[in-house]
Write a protein that binds this ligand. Structure first.
Ligand code: PMP
Length: 387
């Protein structure tokens, strides 16, 4: 059945990427797979403008595995962490860290939909001297994009490790590991990277790699021991694979294909496409009289959270859309009446138009709109302006 998946991941995948999943006869130490894995690791560096000194790591698991590995490997008992949280996924860091013997403080914006000022983060870090700081680049629950660079530049020459959750941003938003001063970045395969769920991908800076070597008694569980995984990745890149846990062979082959498509488009073009399509979508929602949850200064381009008037049922809207062939998502926060639309990966203008059309019909049926087409008209104008 054909369905447009516009939830913030999983997404609709390119057929050419999905076909790669059907390969057979590739075991994890075969020369063919070794070449493919090494190539994928090189391409992973390219999409975040990283050099050879950075080490990407690909592990079977979800984004949450990437999250847990990204913090536990750089912490030891008694360390202090600052979590900058703009929503549900920022808060997940706090929940996760509560299972480990560290002390965690949380910094939140003044209101839901805002990000946290870089100057405020820097001030708190300088005063308290944290061992590790987490930023959620795009919080999928609010559609808030938290800028990284100013904080990264400040922390670059300190002992503090900067961890960035890029699950809802890598492959859709601009991110430059070197310029942004990120020590540990992670994502999952199923969003803007355009590969089915099942891979956690982590990038480590030279500073992070050094820390990994030095830190005595890190809190990382066995499977998440990045020292072991870094060794595995390096061995594949040297074409002499060593074994720790069986790589998710088929997903890695699909990842390589998707990265090839991404680099063919070019990261700059890809980021621009996400900007234009998200602008068309946001403008359409505003033309329907709906508000965007994220403030203008902190708007993400991979996902939009749309506020609804109190009389409109988000659940009904989402189920109408689904029955009309477009999957969109309910809100994740209880405090706000809203829904979420993901627009990332291979998404195009036709997908955006179809999504707006379905939302308009749903709102019309609930009696919120008395006329159809205002959102579509506005989106058309934005799309036409950008060619
Ligand atoms: N962080 C962010 C920002 C996310 O959007 C998600 C998934 N929605 C996660 C972490 C967790 O990823 P996963 O569901 O793949 O474990």
């Amino acid at each position: 059945e054909r369905r447009l998946v516009m939830v913030p991941g999983p997404i609709n995948y390119e057929p050419s990427v999905l076909r790669e999943l059907a390969v057979s006869g590739l075991d994890h130490t075969s020369p063919e797979f070794v070449e493919i894995f090494a190539d994928a690791l090189g391409k992973l560096r390219e999409i975040v403008y990283a050099g050879k000194e950075h080490q990407p790591v690909v592990i079977a698991g979800t984004g949450t595995l990437g999250m847990e590995a990204s913090v536990t490997n750089f912490l030891t008992k008694g360390n202090r962490v600052l979590v900058v949280s703009n929503g549900y996924f920022g808060d997940r860091f706090k929940e996760l860290l509560s299972r480990y013997p560290v002390k965690t403080d949380v910094l939140r914006p003044d209101t839901i939909g805002n990000g946290v000022e870089a100057s405020r983060i820097i001030e708190v870090v300088e005063k308290e001297g944290y061992d590790l700081v987490t930023l959620t680049h795009v919080d999928t629950s609010t559609g808030v994009l938290q800028p990284i660079r100013e904080v990264g530049k400040k922390l670059r020459n300190t002992g503090t490790i900067l961890v960035v959750d890029g699950v809802c941003s890598v492959g859709g938003e601009e991110i430059n590991l070197v310029e942004d001063g990120v020590d540990v970045l992670f994502t999952g395969s199923q969003k803007a990277l355009g590969v089915p769920p099942g891979l956690a991908i982590i990038w480590l800076s030279p500073k992070a790699l050094e820390k990994l070597k030095e830190l005595k008694e890190p809190l990382s569980p066995y499977y998440m021991d990045l020292k072991k995984w870094v060794e595995v990745m390096r061995s594949y890149e040297e074409k002499k694979p060593v074994y720790f846990g069986t790589p998710a062979v088929n997903l890695v082959v699909a990842l390589r294909k998707s990265l090839e498509l991404i680099l063919r488009e070019g990261m700059e073009n890809r980021v621009r496409r996400h900007m234009v399509l998200s602008e068309a979508f946001r403008e359409a929602m505003k033309a329907l009289g709906l508000g965007i949850l994220a403030s203008e200064k902190y708007t993400a381009h991979t996902i939009t959270a749309v506020k609804l008037p109190s009389g409109i049922d988000a659940g009904l809207l989402v189920s109408f859309a689904r029955s009309a062939g477009v999957a969109i998502a309910r809100g994740l926060l209880k405090e706000v009446n809203y829904f979420r639309v993901g627009h990332m990966g291979p998404v195009n203008a036709n997908d955006i138009i179809a999504t707006i059309a379905v939302i308009e019909r749903a709102l019309y049926r609930q009696g919120y709109l008395s006329r159809l087409g205002d959102g579509l008209l506005r989106a058309q104008e934005v799309l036409a302006r950008h060619g």
